[in-house]
Design a protein around this ligand. Structure first.
Ligand SMILES: [Fe+2]
Length: 302
């Protein structure tokens, strides 16, 4: 894993090596994804203090703050060294996305939306990874009750080129969000059909589609159709296999948030409170969780 590979070679490296920070940054991210948040945070801090321009180290630290609900630390860190990570590198847009997540955690949705428009808006030339950042942010804002208007259209147009590939369910999850949000029903059918066509192979990819990709994609589609019971059943089961589709824990958290919103909209206070308790364990002080909690209780009181 990304945690263990750097560990195997670490003894061969030292601060004397100009690329040492990149090993530290990779290990920090691997530790973070494996749940060793405090060790990961210390390693990421070591990385960026050695090389403040190591954008993977910045990214690893952003993940550590995200997962532990250290929103204030995340915002001040990212803002203080913005000139080091925000320009001309592979992760500049994705690190913007991480900063936007902190604003969302604080219920500062307008700031997150402005960041989307300024830095994450999709064009026909956008890379797939950057399309995912836009789609994931818009979907989260949509779950939070923000009207994002026509912002989905450019990403949906781009995703249409990949609907029949069944190449990577992590891509398909974001593609389905854009199809749902733009009401592209036939294209959503095409995406589901492509995944179903690849269910019966004997490859690892078929297992990923079966256990995670297809139920997650269909769950998002059901959510879009306001069929919250189906969305709940599909997502509640598949979320435990979600690591199979790739991406980070922070990126896959959008599945939990969609399930939470489906629970709230269907008046399932028990599921909503269970999911919120999971969040509170990791993020004890979160205006976003407070907002969802208030809505879960209000839905029952209605
Ligand atoms: Fe990330």
């Amino acid at each position: 894993s990304t945690r263990d590979r750097p560990a195997r070679v670490m003894s061969h490296w030292s601060e004397a090596d100009p690329e040492y920070s990149y090993i530290l940054g990779m290990q920090a991210f691997g530790m973070e994804e494996a749940g060793h948040y405090q060790q990961a945070e210390a390693r990421a801090l070591q990385c960026v203090s050695l090389n403040p321009k190591d954008t993977w180290g910045v990214h690893a630290l952003a993940h550590c703050y995200e997962m532990q609900g250290k929103t204030k630390n995340g915002i001040s860190f990212m803002q203080d060294c913005e000139d080091k990570w925000a320009n001309n590198n592979y992760l500049s847009i994705h690190n913007r996305w991480h900063l936007s997540l902190y604003w969302i955690e604080n219920c500062e949705f307008e700031t997150a939306l402005q960041m989307h428009d300024q830095y994450m808006a999709v064009s026909p030339q956008s890379e797939m990874m950057d399309m995912h950042d836009s789609a994931a942010l818009l979907w989260r804002l949509h779950l939070d009750g923000v009207d994002v208007g026509e912002r989905w259209v450019p990403a949906a147009n781009n995703y249409e080129n990949y609907l029949d590939q069944a190449y990577m369910p992590f891509n398909d999850m974001h593609a389905m969000m854009s199809m749902v949000a733009t009401g592209r029903d036939q294209q959503a059918d095409k995406l589901v059909a492509a995944l179903e066509d690849n269910l019966d192979g004997s490859t690892a990819s078929s297992d990923i589609i079966k256990l995670a990709g297809l139920p997650i994609v269909k769950g998002i589609r059901a959510f879009g159709r306001a069929d919250y019971e189906t969305a709940k059943t599909l997502l509640a089961n598949a979320r435990h296999n979600a690591h199979m589709i790739g991406g980070s824990i922070a990126q896959r958290d959008v599945i939990n948030l969609t399930l939470l919103e489906a629970a709230i909209r269907s008046g399932d206070q028990s599921m909503a409170n269970g999911l919120l308790a999971e969040r509170t364990l990791m993020k004890p002080s979160s205006p976003l969780s407070d907002m969802f909690g208030a809505r879960a209780n209000a839905a029952v009181a209605d």
